[in-house]
Ligand binder design. Structure first.
Ligand SMILES: [Fe+2]
Ligand SMILES: [Fe+2]
Length: 276
Protein backbone atom coordinates (compact mmCIF):
# COMPACT_ATOMS: atom_id res chain seq x y z
CA UNK A 1 0.00 0.00 0.00
CA UNK A 2 1.21 3.52 -0.75
CA UNK A 3 1.50 5.81 2.28
CA UNK A 4 -0.10 8.65 0.28
CA UNK A 5 -3.35 6.66 0.17
CA UNK A 6 -3.11 6.09 3.91
CA UNK A 7 -2.67 9.82 4.49
CA UNK A 8 -5.70 10.56 2.30
CA UNK A 9 -7.83 8.00 4.12
CA UNK A 10 -6.84 9.55 7.45
CA UNK A 11 -7.95 12.96 6.15
CA UNK A 12 -11.37 11.51 5.30
CA UNK A 13 -11.55 9.78 8.70
CA UNK A 14 -10.97 13.17 10.30
CA UNK A 15 -13.92 14.64 8.41
CA UNK A 16 -16.55 15.17 10.99
CA UNK A 17 -19.22 13.12 9.26
CA UNK A 18 -17.15 9.97 9.84
CA UNK A 19 -17.00 10.20 13.63
CA UNK A 20 -19.61 9.74 16.33
CA UNK A 21 -21.84 12.61 17.35
CA UNK A 22 -20.39 13.49 20.78
CA UNK A 23 -16.87 13.42 19.47
CA UNK A 24 -17.92 15.50 16.47
CA UNK A 25 -19.42 18.19 18.70
CA UNK A 26 -16.42 18.10 21.06
CA UNK A 27 -14.04 18.54 18.13
CA UNK A 28 -16.06 21.42 16.72
CA UNK A 29 -15.78 23.28 20.01
CA UNK A 30 -12.15 22.39 20.60
CA UNK A 31 -11.12 23.54 17.14
CA UNK A 32 -12.89 26.87 17.54
CA UNK A 33 -10.26 29.22 18.94
CA UNK A 34 -12.88 31.54 20.35
CA UNK A 35 -14.68 28.74 22.23
CA UNK A 36 -15.02 29.20 25.98
CA UNK A 37 -15.28 26.83 28.92
CA UNK A 38 -19.06 27.36 28.88
CA UNK A 39 -19.18 26.18 25.24
CA UNK A 40 -17.19 23.06 26.12
CA UNK A 41 -19.26 22.34 29.24
CA UNK A 42 -22.50 22.73 27.24
CA UNK A 43 -21.33 20.10 24.76
CA UNK A 44 -20.10 17.48 27.17
CA UNK A 45 -22.54 17.91 30.07
CA UNK A 46 -25.05 15.57 28.39
CA UNK A 47 -22.40 12.85 28.22
CA UNK A 48 -22.02 11.98 31.89
CA UNK A 49 -19.52 9.17 31.36
CA UNK A 50 -17.21 11.59 29.55
CA UNK A 51 -17.61 14.24 32.29
CA UNK A 52 -16.91 11.60 34.92
CA UNK A 53 -13.74 10.44 33.18
CA UNK A 54 -12.46 14.00 32.68
CA UNK A 55 -13.04 14.91 36.34
CA UNK A 56 -11.48 11.61 37.51
CA UNK A 57 -8.45 12.25 35.33
CA UNK A 58 -8.06 15.74 36.77
CA UNK A 59 -8.12 14.16 40.25
CA UNK A 60 -5.41 11.64 39.41
CA UNK A 61 -1.91 12.00 40.89
CA UNK A 62 -0.48 12.72 37.43
CA UNK A 63 -1.75 16.26 37.66
CA UNK A 64 -0.38 16.81 41.16
CA UNK A 65 -3.30 18.58 42.73
CA UNK A 66 -4.37 17.70 46.27
CA UNK A 67 -7.86 19.19 46.71
CA UNK A 68 -10.78 17.17 45.40
CA UNK A 69 -12.08 18.36 42.03
CA UNK A 70 -15.80 17.77 41.41
CA UNK A 71 -16.67 19.62 38.21
CA UNK A 72 -15.24 20.48 34.81
CA UNK A 73 -15.24 24.14 35.89
CA UNK A 74 -13.08 23.42 38.97
CA UNK A 75 -10.78 21.22 36.91
CA UNK A 76 -10.30 24.03 34.41
CA UNK A 77 -9.50 26.54 37.16
CA UNK A 78 -6.85 24.21 38.54
CA UNK A 79 -5.32 22.77 35.38
CA UNK A 80 -6.05 25.48 32.81
CA UNK A 81 -8.30 25.38 29.75
CA UNK A 82 -5.59 24.08 27.39
CA UNK A 83 -4.86 21.02 29.53
CA UNK A 84 -8.59 20.34 30.02
CA UNK A 85 -9.15 20.52 26.26
CA UNK A 86 -6.35 17.98 25.76
CA UNK A 87 -7.80 15.68 28.44
CA UNK A 88 -11.28 15.84 26.90
CA UNK A 89 -9.84 15.14 23.47
CA UNK A 90 -7.65 12.24 24.64
CA UNK A 91 -10.52 10.51 26.39
CA UNK A 92 -13.12 11.20 23.68
CA UNK A 93 -10.86 10.12 20.82
CA UNK A 94 -9.95 6.86 22.51
CA UNK A 95 -13.51 6.07 23.41
CA UNK A 96 -15.13 7.00 20.12
CA UNK A 97 -12.56 6.34 17.44
CA UNK A 98 -11.51 2.96 18.69
CA UNK A 99 -14.89 1.41 19.58
CA UNK A 100 -15.47 -0.74 22.63
CA UNK A 101 -15.92 -4.31 21.62
CA UNK A 102 -12.55 -5.29 20.21
CA UNK A 103 -10.09 -7.09 22.45
CA UNK A 104 -7.29 -5.59 20.36
CA UNK A 105 -8.52 -2.08 21.20
CA UNK A 106 -8.77 -2.96 24.89
CA UNK A 107 -5.16 -4.16 24.82
CA UNK A 108 -4.08 -0.94 23.13
CA UNK A 109 -5.97 1.19 25.66
CA UNK A 110 -4.35 -0.70 28.58
CA UNK A 111 -0.93 -0.31 26.99
CA UNK A 112 -1.47 3.42 26.33
CA UNK A 113 -2.61 3.96 29.90
CA UNK A 114 0.53 2.27 31.21
CA UNK A 115 2.76 4.37 28.96
CA UNK A 116 0.88 7.48 30.18
CA UNK A 117 1.54 6.57 33.83
CA UNK A 118 5.20 5.91 33.21
CA UNK A 119 5.66 9.00 31.01
CA UNK A 120 4.25 11.19 33.77
CA UNK A 121 6.65 9.68 36.33
CA UNK A 122 9.68 10.19 34.06
CA UNK A 123 8.58 13.66 32.88
CA UNK A 124 7.89 14.74 36.47
CA UNK A 125 11.38 13.64 37.49
CA UNK A 126 12.98 15.70 34.70
CA UNK A 127 10.84 18.75 35.50
CA UNK A 128 7.77 18.57 37.79
CA UNK A 129 5.42 20.73 35.65
CA UNK A 130 5.87 18.29 32.71
CA UNK A 131 3.92 15.62 34.57
CA UNK A 132 0.46 16.37 33.11
CA UNK A 133 1.49 16.97 29.51
CA UNK A 134 3.64 13.80 29.52
CA UNK A 135 0.65 11.83 30.80
CA UNK A 136 -1.41 13.03 27.82
CA UNK A 137 1.46 12.44 25.37
CA UNK A 138 1.65 8.87 26.68
CA UNK A 139 -2.10 8.38 26.46
CA UNK A 140 -2.08 9.36 22.79
CA UNK A 141 1.34 8.02 21.77
CA UNK A 142 -0.02 4.97 19.89
CA UNK A 143 -3.19 6.61 18.55
CA UNK A 144 -1.90 5.74 15.05
CA UNK A 145 -2.57 2.06 15.80
CA UNK A 146 -6.36 2.39 16.35
CA UNK A 147 -6.43 4.76 13.38
CA UNK A 148 -4.91 2.04 11.15
CA UNK A 149 -7.23 -0.54 12.68
CA UNK A 150 -10.30 1.61 12.08
CA UNK A 151 -9.35 2.12 8.44
CA UNK A 152 -7.90 -1.29 7.53
CA UNK A 153 -9.11 -3.85 10.04
CA UNK A 154 -8.36 -6.88 7.84
CA UNK A 155 -4.84 -5.87 6.91
CA UNK A 156 -4.00 -5.01 10.53
CA UNK A 157 -4.14 -8.71 11.39
CA UNK A 158 -0.89 -9.00 9.38
CA UNK A 159 0.95 -6.62 11.72
CA UNK A 160 -0.70 -6.53 15.15
CA UNK A 161 1.11 -9.49 16.72
CA UNK A 162 4.47 -9.07 14.99
CA UNK A 163 7.43 -8.32 17.28
CA UNK A 164 8.94 -6.02 14.63
CA UNK A 165 5.73 -4.05 14.32
CA UNK A 166 7.32 -0.94 12.75
CA UNK A 167 8.92 -2.90 9.88
CA UNK A 168 5.73 -4.93 9.46
CA UNK A 169 3.67 -1.74 9.15
CA UNK A 170 6.10 -0.37 6.55
CA UNK A 171 5.72 -3.58 4.54
CA UNK A 172 1.93 -3.43 4.59
CA UNK A 173 1.09 0.29 4.69
CA UNK A 174 4.26 2.07 3.48
CA UNK A 175 4.40 3.99 6.80
CA UNK A 176 4.23 3.23 10.52
CA UNK A 177 1.80 4.08 13.32
CA UNK A 178 3.94 7.01 14.53
CA UNK A 179 3.36 8.57 11.07
CA UNK A 180 -0.36 7.79 11.07
CA UNK A 181 -0.80 9.11 14.62
CA UNK A 182 0.94 12.32 13.65
CA UNK A 183 -1.18 12.72 10.50
CA UNK A 184 -4.34 12.12 12.50
CA UNK A 185 -3.43 14.73 15.13
CA UNK A 186 -1.80 17.37 12.94
CA UNK A 187 -3.69 20.60 12.43
CA UNK A 188 -5.68 20.06 15.61
CA UNK A 189 -5.69 22.34 18.64
CA UNK A 190 -3.39 19.98 20.57
CA UNK A 191 -0.19 21.48 21.98
CA UNK A 192 2.79 20.89 19.69
CA UNK A 193 4.62 18.91 22.37
CA UNK A 194 1.89 16.24 22.34
CA UNK A 195 2.04 15.92 18.53
CA UNK A 196 5.86 15.69 18.65
CA UNK A 197 5.66 13.03 21.36
CA UNK A 198 3.38 10.95 19.15
CA UNK A 199 5.49 11.46 16.03
CA UNK A 200 8.79 10.59 17.74
CA UNK A 201 7.72 8.03 20.32
CA UNK A 202 9.95 5.34 18.78
CA UNK A 203 12.78 7.49 17.30
CA UNK A 204 13.61 11.15 17.70
CA UNK A 205 16.92 11.55 15.86
CA UNK A 206 18.19 15.12 16.07
CA UNK A 207 15.00 16.57 17.55
CA UNK A 208 15.61 19.51 19.88
CA UNK A 209 12.17 21.09 20.32
CA UNK A 210 10.31 19.97 23.47
CA UNK A 211 12.97 17.30 23.76
CA UNK A 212 12.46 16.48 27.46
CA UNK A 213 8.76 15.79 26.95
CA UNK A 214 9.39 13.68 23.83
CA UNK A 215 12.13 11.77 25.68
CA UNK A 216 9.78 10.99 28.59
CA UNK A 217 7.22 9.33 26.30
CA UNK A 218 9.93 7.65 24.22
CA UNK A 219 11.63 6.15 27.28
CA UNK A 220 8.32 5.12 28.88
CA UNK A 221 7.37 3.21 25.73
CA UNK A 222 10.70 1.34 25.76
CA UNK A 223 10.89 0.79 29.52
CA UNK A 224 7.44 -0.77 29.67
CA UNK A 225 8.78 -3.83 27.87
CA UNK A 226 10.78 -4.48 31.08
CA UNK A 227 8.08 -3.58 33.59
CA UNK A 228 4.71 -4.82 32.46
CA UNK A 229 3.17 -8.12 31.54
CA UNK A 230 0.22 -6.50 29.76
CA UNK A 231 0.04 -7.29 26.06
CA UNK A 232 0.26 -4.60 23.40
CA UNK A 233 3.85 -3.41 23.88
CA UNK A 234 5.69 -2.12 20.88
CA UNK A 235 8.83 -0.68 22.46
CA UNK A 236 12.19 -2.15 23.36
CA UNK A 237 14.69 -1.22 26.09
CA UNK A 238 18.26 -1.40 24.77
CA UNK A 239 21.69 0.25 25.19
CA UNK A 240 20.60 3.25 23.11
CA UNK A 241 17.57 3.89 25.37
CA UNK A 242 19.75 3.50 28.44
CA UNK A 243 22.10 6.17 27.08
CA UNK A 244 19.17 8.54 26.43
CA UNK A 245 17.98 7.87 29.99
CA UNK A 246 21.38 8.70 31.52
CA UNK A 247 21.93 11.70 29.20
CA UNK A 248 18.63 13.14 30.43
CA UNK A 249 20.16 13.32 33.93
CA UNK A 250 18.29 10.26 35.22
CA UNK A 251 20.12 7.56 37.13
CA UNK A 252 19.90 3.90 38.07
CA UNK A 253 18.45 4.66 41.52
CA UNK A 254 15.56 6.36 39.81
CA UNK A 255 15.21 3.32 37.56
CA UNK A 256 14.72 1.14 40.66
CA UNK A 257 12.28 3.70 42.11
CA UNK A 258 10.31 3.63 38.87
CA UNK A 259 9.84 -0.12 39.11
CA UNK A 260 8.38 0.31 42.58
CA UNK A 261 6.32 3.46 41.94
CA UNK A 262 4.99 2.15 38.67
CA UNK A 263 3.77 -1.15 40.09
CA UNK A 264 2.07 0.48 43.10
CA UNK A 265 0.43 3.26 41.09
CA UNK A 266 -0.65 0.94 38.33
CA UNK A 267 -2.48 -1.34 40.74
CA UNK A 268 -4.09 1.56 42.62
CA UNK A 269 -5.36 3.19 39.50
CA UNK A 270 -6.44 0.28 37.35
CA UNK A 271 -10.11 0.77 38.19
CA UNK A 272 -9.78 4.42 37.35
CA UNK A 273 -9.46 3.62 33.65
CA UNK A 274 -11.59 0.49 33.88
CA UNK A 275 -8.73 -1.80 33.07
CA UNK A 276 -9.35 -4.50 35.62
FE1 LIG B 1 4.29 2.77 19.22
FE1 LIG C 1 3.22 1.89 22.40
Amino acid sequence: MDCHYVKKDIESLKEISAIPVTMRRVLEVLQDESASLTDLSDVIKHDQSLVHKVVSTANSPYFSYCRKINTIEQATMVLGFDLIKSIVFSIAVWRDISGKDSSYMKRLWAHSFEVAVLSSIIGGEIYEPYRGICFLGGLLHDIGRPVLYTLYKDRCSEVMDREDILSAEYEVFGCNHADTGNWFLENTFLPKEICLSVKHHHHFNGLMEHKDIVISVNLAEAMLSKLSSTAGHDGEWDANKEKIFLDAGLNNNFLSDIEYIFRVQKENLKAFFELS
